[in-house]
Design a protein around this ligand. Structure first.
Ligand code: AMP
Length: 214
């Protein structure tokens, strides 16, 4: 079962993607992780990623299409998070999977107001070592500034600052929101209220997934 998870910046996509992939044994494909890994060896990409801008849509698509056969050559049981973000990326992914005899089974979007999303993003912290994500409001570490799992230092993501958050929202409205609306029109998307607690959101997703895993 291949799933796509959409939502605005700060809507909890990464957190829910981890929970969903663990429970349903899916491979978590994170567009952000692929982009950050490309940024390690390419300063042009690093400038884009660290300033909240988006990698050109077709370039990002080709990163994903090159990466997928290496990590998941059966193209099954993948949870796509952060990719696709554009209508063109969705259509390219659809076509790519179709050619491999697979499909996107279900698309979720996490709905959240921009105000609440900004509040969450500014309280987000990530572990420098293992990338575990915390939130000073919704998922506090046991000890301030320290990762519960590996003891690593918790830091702010480079693009989690006021100016870059603004850019990310502009990108969201200009691109991903259009993809969401496009899928809504086709009746191909399930909207989940992203303002609830992490557990409640996950419960709602599980309920909706029941019909697909039966
Ligand atoms: P995220 O962790 O999903 O917020 O993504 C972090 C950054 O990675 C974004 O701000 C973009 O620079 C880049 N990125 C991730 N996914 C995509 C995508 N589908 N298309 C273009 N750029 C992307």
């Amino acid at each position: 079962m291949n799933i796509v998870l959409l939502g605005c910046p700060g809507s909890g996509k990464g957190t829910q993607a981890s929970l969903i992939s663990k429970k349903y044994n899916l491979f978590h494909l994170s567009g952000g992780d692929i982009a950050r890994s490309a940024a390690e060896t390419d300063t042009r990409i690093a400038d884009i990623v660290n300033s909240g801008k988006l990698i050109p849509e077709e370039e990002m698509t080709s990163y994903v299409m090159n990466y997928l056969p290496k990590v998941k050559p059966d193209f099954k049981n993948i949870l796509f998070e952060g990719f696709p973000r554009f209508i063109s990326q969705y259509e390219a992914l659809n076509k790519f999977l179709y050619e491999k005899g697979e499909e996107i089974k279900v698309v979720f979007t996490l709905d959240l107001t921009e105000e609440e999303a900004v509040r969450r993003i500014t309280s987000r912290r990530i572990c420098k070592n293992d990338g575990e994500v915390y939130n000073l409001i919704t998922k506090k570490p046991k000890t301030d500034g320290v990762c519960d799992i590996c003891g690593g230092e918790l830091i702010k993501r480079a693009d989690d600052n006021e100016e870059d958050i603004k850019t990310r929202f502009e990108n969201y409205y200009a691109n991903t929101k259009k993809l969401t609306d496009f899928l809504k029109e086709k009746g191909k998307i399930i909207s989940i209220d992203g303002s609830n607690s992490i557990d409640e959101i996950f419960k709602q997703i599980e309920e909706r997934l029941e019909e697909y895993v039966r």
